[in-house]
Ligand binder design. Structure first.
Ligand code: UDP
Length: 366
């Protein structure tokens, strides 16, 4: 008999939730990760008493009560509500996309958008640009979406799928909560503690690259749950899927409050970074922000993924979707291997759906 029922490749959110659920029903699990730490991309590093989101800001939000209750068993969540602002050539706008043009009432704003949409002559949005103009009109599109999206994805909005922009709410209210979900927050104890709690009692081996030690590791377990990039698993045999990567420029400043909120998006195309994150605002509110004389900021530079970089965002356009379908066919033929999570499924998942999917998978395996 093999030593483990499951080898879980990747100690991120998907792997940790699956490991927890599988352990609960008596399965023997080994979790491995090629990094020197757990928690995948939600990992935080403490700098000057501040939890720094090393691999990009993660804000937990969900409408799914079961998922919300699930995570709250492992960590208490704070009351952080994402209300980023946009800086366009020094003009500051509220996000998500709400009132512009100095209009006062929702009816005026709607009329303005309708007029701009009609002028653009869009009936069925075929790409991100048309979708954005249909939702918010040309002015908001030009100032807050076109440049930002072009930088983030490294291609014009006309070449991107419409669904990306549908992630964000458009509102005719003065509510600056970036998300529509009923539940939102950041673990008060930090994301690492959430993953620690999920993995409690499960064997974890760090600095272990599955793809380098595939045979030996496979021999240890009856099943594999693989959460890495699907194309890497198959040695890029059909060519590489495209990802967007991010280069983070982290800086510690001797200043208690640098930008007044956690997230400022720089929406003009000529500013090289997409946004600046000021991490302390994720976990300290009001005047408590001044208690720490230091702050940590991260500038995000979006880049095309190349081997050796971290893959962050799948590029779900037509070419990549077709390539993905071919890899998925190979995946189906693979015996005793389950592909799950943002990288293995090549889907732009938020954290809550990742948890939901890992819970569902574990329930099917039980
Ligand atoms: N977006 C934009 N302007 C903004 C913020 C977002 O045009 O100021 C668009 C952009 O296309 C981006 C998408 O909305 O890719 C999703 O943004 P989100 O902030 O949800 O992305 P994430 O936090 O996952 O990087």
């Amino acid at each position: 008999m093999k030593q483990y029922d499951y080898l879980i490749v990747g100690a991120g959110l998907y792997g940790a939730v699956f490991a927890h659920e599988a352990k609960k029903v008596g399965k023997r699990c080994l979790v491995i990760d090629k990094r020197a730490h757990i928690a995948g991309n939600i990992y935080t590093e403490e700098v000057e008493g501040i939890n720094v989101h090393r691999y990009g800001a993660h804000i937990f939000h969900t409408n799914n009560k079961a998922v919300w209750q699930y995570v709250n068993q492992f960590a208490e969540f704070n009351r952080y509500t994402n209300s980023p602002v946009a800086n366009y050539h020094g003009e500051i706008y509220n996000l998500p996309f709400n009132m512009m043009w100095g209009v006062v009432t929702p009816a005026e704003a709607k009329a303005k958008i309708e007029q701009q949409r009609a002028e653009a002559g869009i009936t069925e949005p075929k790409n991100l640009e048309e979708q954005a103009i249909s939702l918010v009109g040309t002015d908001i599109y030009e100032k807050l979406i076109k440049g930002y999206t072009g930088k983030q994805w490294g291609r014009p909005c006309t070449e991107l799928p419409a669904f990306i922009i549908k992630r964000l709410p458009v509102r005719f209210t003065y509510d600056n909560n970036y998300f529509n979900d009923a539940h939102q927050g950041i673990p008060a104890v930090g994301y690492n503690a959430l993953i620690d709690a999920l993995l409690e009692g499960t064997k974890v081996r760090l600095d272990t690259d599955f793809l380098l030690h595939r045979e030996a590791l496979t021999a240890e377990a009856a099943h594999i749950v693989y959460t890495g990039p699907i194309d890497a698993y198959f040695n890029y045999c059909y060519g590489a899927l495209e990802y967007r990567s991010v280069r983070f420029e982290h800086e510690t400043l001797q200043e208690s409050n640098h930008q007044g909120c956690a997230v400022v998006n720089y929406t003009a195309h000529d500013v090289p970074f997409t946004r600046i994150i000021e991490h302390k605002h994720f976990e300290t509110f009001g005047s408590a922000v001044n208690d720490n004389p230091f702050t940590v900021i991260s500038r995000e530079y979006s880049t095309e993924w190349k081997p050796g970089m971290e893959p962050y965002y799948p590029v779900n356009d037509e070419r990549n979707s077709a390539l993905l379908a071919r890899y998925q066919q190979l995946a189906q033929q693979e015996k005793n291997v389950i592909f799950g999570g943002r990288l293995a499924e090549y889907r732009y998942y938020d954290m809550a759906p990742v948890i939901r999917r890992a819970m569902d998978l574990a329930a099917r395996q039980a």
